[in-house]
Design a protein around this ligand. Sequence first.
Ligand code: ZN
Ligand code: ZN
Length: 583
Amino acid sequence: MERYEEWDVSIPPLPPRSRLYRLKPIGIGTPYVESLTSYIMRLAESHCVTPQALVQREIFPLWNQTGTIQNYSSWFSKFWWTGSPVLNGVSPITAQWVQVLQTLTSNDNLHFLTMLTWSELIGVNNLLRRKKAWCPRCFQEWRQNRQIVYEPLLWTLSAVNICPCHQQTFVTLCQHCQETQPFLTRVARPGYCLHCMRWLGNNLVSSSTETMSSITDTFKMHQWQASVTSELLAAAPKLLGPPSNEQFAITLNNYLKDYARGHINVLARLLKLPYQRLQRYLQRGHVPTFDSLLQLCYSLSVTPLEFTVAGTISSQETRQFVLDLLPVLSSGKRKHLTDDDVQRMRQTLEFVLEVEEGDPIPNLQQIAQRIGYHVNTLRNRCPDLCHAIVMRRMRIGDDARNQMRQALVDALANDEPLSLKAVAEGVGCSCASLYKYFPDLASSVVTRYLERFDRERIRQRLQEVLSGNERTPSIRELARQLGCKHYFLERNFHGLYKQIVLRRRRERRKQYQDRMERTYAEIREAIMELHQQGIYPSRRRVVKEINKPYALRSKEGLEVYGRVLKELGYPTETIKKVGFGKN
Ligand SMILES: [Zn+2]
Ligand SMILES: [Zn+2]
């Protein structure tokens, strides 16, 4: 009998189905990760329903299972107009909606579409925009390249003002109808205006960017904010877990030690934070707003990611490796030293001296402690080697200190203010050592670095003076207004300073000319009047008439006088002879 192949007709095990289509979120692990509100819009679109239908029929019932919200209609009208931005943030509602959407779609990574990863570090206040902001060029590019059009999480944060891709400021009004856009509405599609339904993308360079294109400090600050925030969003899925509030406090405490030698008031002054607020941050449990976190990181010249995740700084000065490699030669008990003991002692000290010239080496006390002898025993038994070690340490000390001093002096001469940490890293030492050996230079570096906010304010004011139509004030007047000396402006803002001086000079010259024109007109008028009254318009009379004793002392004034007299038929030969004499 022929045997036929047997078919397995049992049903293969199927993974559980999800209620909604398992739409994949865009850009997780990149700076351009999608926002949750954008995901909801796209999810609705993929089911060919409006966001209203999706939210009201699927999400809301699951979220409101306990029936906390009774008055649906008032809750919904509030939600569509003002409530939706929180979905991208750090609030408990965000977490609940993420949970609901994960259940509905069987995705398990939707919390990356919100700021939930950072919820222990960032306060709720001021984190999110209330209305949408977008980069029209990003939209346009995605459409042209036939990519999915969506709205990144980065655009929802109020601290980010420019597109890191196109380096232009976000747009917040529809280019067609000039209306703002709420985050989620009953009928919304990514990339389209919800009022006039027209496309929001274009290839234009926004006008506000053009005016800022001189790369002002504000623009630089915005660039920095956009780039470090991008870094933060991209890093979220790569972390082992969300960074804790405790880590934040620990890091800040480390900075307190390194930058301010433990004085809270000093650090508060450096960071320009109120004392009490800094104290709260240091004590754990209190978190800054995202703005403040960025500001704080900018002051410390670290990125928020470095600060919150990698955030510990080492204040260890000497590398300890040599010490760790030394053998323990004695238990420390008094005993008679044999020749062998001395020989081993010598070998150990020679080993220490084999370290390359320039590398740090431990001091005699440390060596003695490590190998188990008293330091005097070392000195007595191996005087030559001990002397060599001391000399080597002195050389290294001098070299290192010279280097430190030079780096600090260079930093002060640098056009861009550098942070103390950057200087310390450049030399390869800690901020604490810089402070220890050169307290004055180090604090000048720190002050200069922190003053760069003030410098920005001053630069803005100077630019304002140059671009405005008001009368140009004198440099001294400006310096007084800005609370600095006029030579500070000359030294630090030379270009702007010069432009202002020239502008003021031009203005003053123009004013003088106008004044003289008026005077000449008055001279003419006075002469005519005297002439009509039948009085000879002598210089004395004219001057008296117009009440300006100096009017006829200038060459030009005199010329006008002569010309008018000539017109009226008076003899003018005598005038020239009198010249610049008294009236
Ligand atoms: Zn863009
Ligand atoms: Zn519109």
